[in-house]
Design a protein around this ligand. Structure first.
Ligand code: ATP
Ligand code: MG
Length: 549
């Protein structure tokens, strides 16, 4: 294992010193939403480190807030982790698997005089803990006897109190400079069913109490988490030092991934889903793993991205362009090429009969193993309306009246006539092909422009969904309302015309539509008889230009 960052260096040294012989990490999502690109960083780190050290990584749902959690999220998270290319060790685990053990550990703490039932209101408790200047205020219930606490805790468990009547708190130090050590709450009453344990429990353990003990029960060696938990580490260690747990894992914190033009918070993403701003958690505009997948991102590109951003303790903002670079980079070398016209304009090749000419072309210029496809050339073809101009700007290399252009994989054509309708719109171009230019340059002149095209009679209609970044501001969270910086142009639908080799694509087949960008057949809506493609990313980064406009 290479010590390429401070976490790996730590682990290498633990292996070298003999502190551990086998590394066990865990990825511990709370099933209260779909995973996002930030989670991908944590997944790649936890599973990556374990694989490099020939260890194991567990998948554990941190399910201590049943009212916010659901089976839908549990299923989606497992599917995302698998899709990213990782396999957890053994069965899927749940913090709720340990509710009995956690309860017994709580009784031990009470018996040690290190936990007490507090009957203050939640407001009184938080006020008592959070005096910023000076010490916290001891609860009037802090000195209850062990027997009294055992009896009250049992009553909490048995449902004899109402929610909010009392909680179990650790008895540590109300004068601690670290607020997390000021008698943190361990258990609260919640009279709701749990997706895993049903109606068994009426009290639920807090995350900060559950997490260290769950790590210890699973013999986790290195508990990797984000920097906001640094201040929680003293309590993590206090618990595991105080209780006789099977192991004392080492918590190590690293910086979260922040990505510009996006938000990486399940809570905020959930508001976009709930208020209908997006079509769901897997909307291709979403920075969720499910959304990125539907957008056409590959697992390889997301893993490459996580590798490139690395792991450190410095909070920085990563440019969204890097994510786009990674997917472009992967698709450039894997995605077959195809021709699609997103903005159709009819062209008649006047010197062609009704005959059909079948041209062939490689699916990928550098990957002969992908084979070739047939491209029918017919008298009526479709080109992109933007590839013709009556009033060409300087340097325009595509088609103009009287000018020539190369049809990709086909002939050079010249535009002889522009046909317009009554309102002056161009409805058709009449062109002639130089039949001596298939696979070779025309004689005596240079034709610089190359455009894509599709046979009008043999091509296939397709719905193409054009996506762009969801937000227009680099930091959408700088404004109180996320919707202020929503990009209204992040989603458009066009009716396109694609080459017939695409007629029977499968969902998630990816292509480079020549000159347009990378596209994927939609996972859900591309079905037999209806082609739907999503734009993954353009061929080049256009955001730098746009931003400077
Ligand atoms: P959110 O704020 O989006 O709900 P979370 O941290 O509450 O995120 P969890 O389900 O608790 O979500 O996260 C599971 C793991 O993923 C945790 O270890 C967490 O530290 C890590 N994680 C979450 N967001 C990021 C991020 N932006 N970058 C890196 N790791 C992250
Ligand atoms: Mg969380």
């Amino acid at each position: 294992m290479e010590a390429k960052d401070f976490i790996r260096a730590h682990i290498v040294s633990d292996l070298d010193s003999g502190k551990h012989s086998k590394v066990i990490t865990r990825f511990p999502p709370e099933p209260n939403g779909y995973l996002h690109i930030g989670h991908a960083k944590s997944i790649c780190l936890n599973f990556g480190v374990a694989a490099e050290a020939q260890g194991e990584c567990n998948l554990r749902f941190d399910d201590t807030n049943p009212e916010k959690e659901s089976q839908e999220y549990i299923d989606a998270i497992q599917s995302d982790v698998t899709w990213l290319g990782f396999q957890w060790a053994g069965k899927v685990r749940y913090a709720s698997d340990y509710f009995d053990a956690l309860y017994q550990y709580a009784i031990q703490l009470i018996k040690m005089g290190k936990a007490y039932v507090d009957s203050q209101t939640p407001e009184e408790i938080s006020k008592g803990r959070s005096t910023l200047i000076g010490d916290g205020l001891n609860s009037p219930y802090r000195e209850r006897t062990i027997d009294e606490n055992l009896a009250l805790f049992e009553k909490m468990r048995a449902g004899e109190f109402n929610e909010g009547d009392c909680v179990l708190r650790a008895k540590i130090d109300m004068a601690s400079g670290n607020i997390n050590l000021r008698d943190p709450v361990l258990y609260r009453i919640k009279k709701i069913a749990h997706h895993q344990t049903g109606n068994k429990w009426l009290i639920y353990p807090m995350y900060d109490y559950t997490h260290p003990i769950s790590d210890a029960i699973e013999n986790i060696t290195h508990s990797l988490c984000t920097l906001e938990f640094e201040d929680h580490r003293p309590f993590y260690d206090w618990l595991l030092d105080t209780l006789a747990t099977p192991a004392h894992p080492q918590q190590i914190e690293f910086s979260r991934l922040n990505l510009n033009y996006t938000v990486t918070s399940k809570r905020k993403l959930k508001t976009l889903v709930d208020d209908g701003t997006v079509t769901g958690w897997d909307d291709p505009r979403m920075p969720t793993i499910a959304g990125l997948r539907r957008r056409g991102y590959t697992p390889e590109s997301l893993r490459d991205f996580c590798e490139r951003i690395g792991v450190s303790k410095n909070d920085g903002v990563v440019d969204f362009g890097l994510l786009e670079f990674c997917v472009r980079n992967h698709l450039e070398n894997t995605a077959p090429r195809a021709m699609a016209v997103l903005n159709p304009l009819k062209v008649v090749i006047t010197n062609m009969d009704d005959e059909l000419l079948t041209l062939t072309s490689a699916r990928h210029p550098n990957l002969p193993e992908l084979g070739s496809r047939e491209i029918p050339f017919t008298r009526d073809i479709i080109i992109d309306a933007a590839d013709f101009s009556e009033d060409p700007p300087k340097g325009f290399k595509r088609l103009v009246l009287g000018g020539e252009v190369r049809l990709r994989h086909s002939y050079v054509i010249r535009c002889d006539e522009v046909v317009k309708n009554a309102t002056g719109e161009i409805v058709e171009l009449r062109c002639s092909a130089d039949l001596n230019t298939l696979g070779k340059n025309p004689e005596g002149r240079k034709v610089k422009g190359v455009i894509q095209w599709v046979s009008a009679s043999k091509g296939v209609a397709a719905e193409v969904r054009l996506y762009d970044r969801l937000f227009t501001l680099p930091n959408p969270e700088s404004s109180d309302n996320l919707l202020d910086s929503l990009n209204p142009d992040a989603f458009k639908i066009v009716q396109a015309w694609v080459e017939p080799s695409l007629a029977d694509v499968q969902p998630e087949d990816r292509f480079q539509f020549e000159r347009e960008g990378y596209f994927v057949a939609d996972l859900k809506d591309c079905v037999a008889g209806k082609l739907v493609f999503n734009k993954t990313v353009s061929l080049r980064d256009s955001w730098g230009v746009k931003a400077g406009e």
